[in-house]
Write a protein that binds this ligand. Structure first.
Ligand SMILES: C[S@@+](CC[C@H](N)C(=O)[O-])C[C@H]1O[C@@H](n2cnc3c(N)ncnc32)[C@H](O)[C@@H]1O
Length: 341
């Protein structure tokens, strides 16, 4: 997870198919209906004043959401000097009103994704809102490691059993299920609210693509009894923030659920320790474990994995910006009595 929430990922669209913005020359615009370019400038200035890191992108996305279109149409209309859809100015003014309301809430640091109701994750658009952690771009790479391993398992054995512990919105599990044909994917979430969001996403993605995720509500540290020693990949982005490290951005500190952020224990790794121990039990010998952590936890995460006595080939992987953000390890062949705790 990353304390930054902004509108830099792929673009959310409205709940219905995008409607193209009318391409009328600027001089045809009706009095009282501001141009798209003016609205974007106004929004970007307002959000910049509020300290939003990506004010123009957020303004474009919010205008697109209010106008039930997509950001590309807003950008195009702003460049071409086109008008918003109008009906004697009526619709445009409604859109402008909705847009300004959204701007006010974003300026109050409500996460962009809570306002649009959607969060991009790899090729998916997931439904999110209060009560669920908003999936972050860096977790897309954690998912990539799991996907690569699952693809290799399917190629060599014809199947792959993959488990996503602490699934939140279902992001990682759904990415694997949609990108790895032949994978059987299970996902575990403890929190009732987050589990409800995951249920919605699992159902929506299944309806759209046919992909299946077996979702259970429960504690990742004890879940999926009966699957021990059978999994090819266990992947997790658990809560891992230490108790004193309150995230700086209000979008994170005030809007991501506490249970999604704080990993408990003095180092924030109490929950990850339990998740790691469970991963060691679930994986077959040679199976892969991948777990996201904070940049400052690279060494302690490797030590945490090693302390189970269940893994070898324990490595830290960097994210696209070069920051150490995940621990990756293979389930070792362990002789009786070797396990450390
Ligand atoms: C950092 S969020 C990550 C969510 C999702 N994996 C993602 O990457 O977007 C951690 C998630 O773990 C859940 N969680 C916390 N403790 C848990 C536990 N003991 N067992 C299962 N899930 C847990 C939280 O409710 C939250 O949804």
């Amino acid at each position: 997870m990353n304390p930054t929430v902004g509108g830099t990922g792929p673009l959310p669209s409205g709940p219905t198919a995008p409607e193209p913005l009318h391409q009328e020359p600027a001089h045809h615009e009706r009095v009282g209906a501001p141009s798209v370019a003016e609205l974007v400038r106004e929004g970007a200035a307002r959000l910049a004043t509020a300290g939003i890191a990506t004010p123009r992108v957020d303004a474009e996305l919010l205008l697109a959401h209010a106008a039930r279109t997509d950001r590309a149409q807003v950008v195009r209309a702003a460049i071409l000097g086109a008008a918003l859809p109008t009906d004697g100015g009526q619709v445009a003014l409604e859109v402008v009103g909705d847009y300004r309301e959204l701007l006010a809430r974003r300026a109050d640091r409500v996460p962009l994704q809570h306002l649009t109701g959607l969060a991009p994750f790899r090729h998916l658009e997931l439904e999110v809102g209060p009560g669920v952690f908003v999936p972050r771009p860096e977790t897309e790479q954690v998912a990539q490691v799991a996907i690569d391993e699952a693809l290799a398992a399917v190629a060599s054995r014809g199947a792959a059993l993959v488990v996503d512990l602490c699934t939140g919105s279902g992001a990682i599990a759904l990415a694997v299920a949609t990108e790895v044909p032949g994978a059987v994917v299970h996902a575990v979430e403890l929190d009732r609210g987050a589990h409800a969001w995951a249920e919605r996403n699992v159902a929506a993605v299944h309806a759209a693509t046919g992909a299946v995720v077996h979702l259970v509500r429960g504690d990742a540290r004890t879940a999926l009894t009966g699957s021990d020693g059978s999994c090819d990949v266990v992947v997790s982005n658990p809560p891992y923030v230490p108790p004193g490290a309150v995230p700086h951005d209000p979008e994170v500190a005030l809007h991501d659920p506490q249970v999604a952020l704080y990993g408990l224990g003095a180092d924030g790794l109490e929950v990850p320790r339990g998740v790691t121990a469970r991963a060691g039990e679930l994986l077959r010998v040679g199976g892969l474990y991948v777990m996201e952590h904070a940049e400052v936890q690279a060494e302690s995460a490797r030590e945490m994995v090693a302390a189970t006595g269940l893994f070898d080939d324990i490595r830290t992987h960097a994210d696209l910006t070069g920051r150490p953000r995940m621990v990756v390890a293979r389930r070792a062949q362990v002789s009786v009595g070797t396990r450390r705790s």
